[in-house]
Design a protein around this ligand. Structure first.
Ligand code: LLP
Length: 423
């Protein structure tokens, strides 16, 4: 059985690797992921799906490292992509095109053409303009595209308004009324087979109710379509399963309970069910390792200045997201209240405000928990800070799966103006 060592706030090791040792081999900051924690999440979801014709397509945006995608592929997990870059990565990692679904409101003509040529299994289409574009491009490639309509079920979900996607006011999907009209005029599409439904309502969802509501609406629509003589071969239920960012506070949904809602809503559906989890599979498997640069006593607040920053982990700055942060080792000591901040020149470069931590000093190693999703993948070079190294841990061994970017790599492609073109 896969062993998962999800870090607890006093954890000194992850997936059999001593983190203090690891940080003595690799300069901080870096991201580390437990392969077994990821395998365990996949296995839990697959076990819950037993008996269903279901395909898990990992939302690549959550963690797009090639080695992570390879790990997904080894477990039979496909990919949910939103760009040409994610298509390219997924294929590079060996994920078969027939396990790739293409989502997103802004697929460009070039991206659609590349994905069609690669043979991706399904396009989750989000507007009528895109549907016609897909038909035109498929026709020019003399191929048949399989499409699903992304339904906007007008359901409230998600931990933060910036990651809630299923409300009528959001840019995502189309109303059931509009989807209905697509199906009734689908005969006019010569190179698209419109035979799927798709829904994704948001992210970091910790309650079953929004899933139940959204799936009930989708299921009702599916039954109506079938009554009207349409064939629905796939229903994609999206992603959104939340994880624990704050121990003793967040209570994530169990895979079994989530899949039970899918089973109930889609009872009698004989086509393929697609799932697009991102965060659920990787978030809690990852940690950001960082060291204290110095403790700074301000006029009013005490700051722990660490060597990771908002460009390495944007979630706290962008969403006010909570991540547990703990010293990796050291003797028991009294708690002190700190603001934990990075070196970037912005007040928003703050990982935690007024957080109680055992007293720290310069050089101490800290672990920022649950950073395996939307951590490295949202990293940037802001303040000319090179992208971080990423390390995969597997049962007492570690492998660098992305080396720290060098300064040269950071400026690759930049050049002094000299190649002027008259315009
Ligand atoms: N499918 C679609 C169409 C999506 O838009 C997303 C995420 C997923 C699946 C995967 O959702 P998940 O299972 O990971 O919740 N950067 C934000 C999260 C943005 C999610 C965007 N869409 C964060 O760090 O919280």
């Amino acid at each position: 059985a896969p062993r998962a060592e999800v870090p607890t706030p006093d954890a000194a090791s992850l997936d059999g690797v001593d983190l203090e040792y690891l940080a003595s081999r690799l300069p901080t900051p870096f991201h580390a992921y437990s392969a077994n924690a990821i395998r365990q999440r996949i296995a839990m979801l697959q076990a819950a799906l037993q008996g269903l014709d279901a395909q898990i397509c990992f939302a690549v945006k959550a963690n797009s490292n090639l080695a992570i995608l390879q790990l997904m592929n080894e477990a039979g997990v496909g990919a949910d992509i939103v760009s040409g870059g994610e298509l390219w990565r997924s294929l590079r990692a060996g994920i078969p095109a027939d396990r790739i679904v293409f989502s997103g409101v802004g697929k460009s003509g070039d991206e659609i053409a590349e994905a069609l040529a690669a043979g991706v299994s399904r396009f989750n289409v989000e507007s009528h303009h895109e549907l016609l574009m897909l038909d035109r491009i498929a026709s020019s490639q003399r191929t048949l595209a399989h499409a699903a309509v992304r339904i906007n079920p007008d359901v409230e979900a998600g931990a933060h308004e910036k990651i809630s996607t299923g409300k009528a006011e959001n840019k995502f999907g189309v109303s059931i009324a509009e989807a209905r009209s697509w199906f009734s005029s689908a005969a006019g599409l010569s190179h698209v087979r419109l035979d799927g439904l798709h829904v994704h309502i948001g992210s970091q969802i910790l309650e079953l109710e929004p899933f139940r509501l959204a799936l009930a609406r989708v299921a009702e629509f599916w039954r109506e379509l079938v009554r009207d003589g349409h064939t629905i071969n796939s229903i994609d239920v999206g992603g959104g399963l939340g994880v624990c960012y704050r121990r003793g506070h967040d209570r994530p949904i169990e895979a079994g309970a989530y899949v039970a809602v899918i089973r109930e809503a889609l009872a009698g559906f004989e086509g393929r069910i697609v799932l697009e989890p991102g965060r659920y599979l990787v978030a809690e498997a990852g940690v950001l390792m960082t060291r204290v640069i110095r403790v700074k006593q301000g006029e009013q607040r005490r700051f722990l200045v660490v060597d990771a920053a908002m460009n390495d982990l944007l979630r706290p700055s962008l969403y006010d997201a909570w991540h547990d942060i703990v010293p990796v080792s050291g003797p028991p000591r009294a708690a002190v209240t700190y603001d934990i901040v990075g070196p970037v020149c912005e007040t928003g470069d703050t990982f935690a405000v007024a957080r109680e931590l055992p007293a720290c000093k310069a050089g101490d190693l800290l672990l920022v928990a649950a950073t395996g999703a939307y951590g490295a993948s949202m990293g940037s070079n802001y303040n000319s800070r090179p992208l971080l190294a990423e390390v995969l841990l597997d049962d007492g061994r570690y492998a660098v799966i992305r080396r720290r970017q060098s300064f040269e790599e950071m400026i690759a492609g930049e050049q002094p103006a000299g190649n002027w073109q008259t315009a």
